[in-house]
Design a protein around this ligand. Structure first.
Ligand code: ZN
Length: 382
């Protein structure tokens, strides 16, 4: 007789108002199993719904696999990772990307506990790689347990990292405006993570070991290569494969597609021995990974209405007219239209849904193969 392993925990967030408490729901499979741990969350940017739908289909599939006794590792799901952001309505629109109280993007400024962990482990590292991994994971959890978050959002970020910090795999499900599937992950995790991109049919994979402002995936993974660099005499692997998965655009909500996305994630988890099952080779990767520093942000030079001439997924040469900006106030017809061109050769993977341009507004993103000079420290968009 196979006993189901699924459990559901509801965590109260500390109140930020006198009368209301928000809750975070955590779903676990394979609790107590000795094996790898995978952590997946959706909706950290609370106004990005495709990940929430994929979670629904993923849980349906995991329920079946659990009933068959096939969860051999641990799987932790947070299907709605941002109860704060999902409460932020302005008139008829949910605005869930940044905290209304602080203006801080919910996927930035996650905790960086590298210094505390480093101080904790430095006298205990050895030549045994597995022992170092266990030591560092244990230290991460201890360091986090000793912290006292100040408010509701800080509590949320702290709790999400506490749930994910000791995982082998962390997948943070997001979406873009109008976009192809794309993945952000660490340079140190490539090509190891290539089966993730291949399985998901990602058109673009963007690599950086430090994207700037500590997004959630890097809060989980960057510590590993930072410690490896700090202690080169000891074997410290990149033990957490963390990635931000962009599931197309915010309007891409289709049951068949979300079900397929969930199946792709299950296949990835099977290949990684979290779930028992035989999977063959992953599909061929559509495009090799490119540096996050190589992403060109094609910006509007002037105000006007934007008409896109190219779709996400298109390979473009430099100087391609990606969009036109139309300003009907201009008296001369030839001056009413301004073509917007790119500089980098690469894959157009995202275009804006906002069709009112203003100077400097990012209209499109292109994954180029070469790093772009002068990008500075922060490689992600606001
Ligand atoms: Zn997002």
């Amino acid at each position: 007789m196979i006993m189901p392993t699924k459990s559901i925990e509801t965590i109260d967030l500390p109140r930020s108002s006198m009368a209301n408490t928000r809750t975070l729901t955590v779903v676990r499979y394979g609790e107590g199993a000795n094996g790898k741990k995978a952590y997946l969350q959706a909706g950290l940017h609370a106004d990005e719904p495709p990940g929430l739908l994929v979670m629904h289909h993923l849980m349906n599939q995991l329920d079946r696999l659990d009933a068959e006794g096939r969860i051999q590792g641990k799987i932790v799901l947070v299907p709605v990772a941002n109860p704060v952001g999902i409460s932020q309505w302005r008139y008829t629109t949910l605005i869930g990307r940044a905290d209304f109280n602080t203006g801080i993007n919910f996927n930035r400024n996650h905790l960086d506990i590298t210094d505390q962990v480093s101080a904790d482990i430095k006298d205990h590292l050895s030549q045994d790689q597995n022992a170092n991994v266990a030591l560092i994971r244990n230290s991460m959890l201890n360091v986090l347990a000793d912290m006292t978050p100040e408010d509701e959002s800080a509590f949320l970020k702290h709790r999400l990292l506490s749930l994910a910090g000791d995982a082998d795999i962390v997948l943070d499900l997001h979406c873009d405006f109008l976009a192809s599937v794309h993945v952000y992950t660490g340079t140190s995790l490539w090509p190891d993570a290539s089966d993730l991109s291949a399985e998901l049919g990602a058109v673009v994979t963007l690599l950086a070991n430090e994207s700037g402002d500590n997004p959630f995936d890097e809060a989980c993974s960057r510590l590993w290569w930072d410690l490896a660099e700090k202690y080169p005499a000891y074997p410290i692997p990149a033990a957490c494969l963390a990635a931000t998965v962009e599931l197309r655009g915010s309007m891409d909500l289709d049951h068949a597609q979300a079900k397929e996305d969930a199946r792709n994630l299950v296949r990835f988890l099977m290949r990684r021995d979290v779930i028992a099952g035989v999977v063959g080779e992953p599909p061929t990767l559509i495009n090799d990974a490119t540096p996050l520093r190589g992403v060109e942000h094609v910006k509007a030079p002037m105000p006007g209405v934007v008409v896109f001439l190219k779709k996400p997924g298109t390979v473009v040469e430099p100087g391609t007219v990606i969009a036109e900006i139309v300003n009907p106030v201009e008296p001369l017809p030839e001056k009413r239209i301004t073509p917007v061109k790119n500089n980098a050769a690469g894959v157009l993977f995202s275009i804006n849904t906002d069709r009112y341009a203003r100077p400097g507004r990012i209209l499109a993103k292109i994954a180029g193969k070469e790093p772009i000079e002068g990008k500075g420290k922060n490689l992600l968009t606001l």
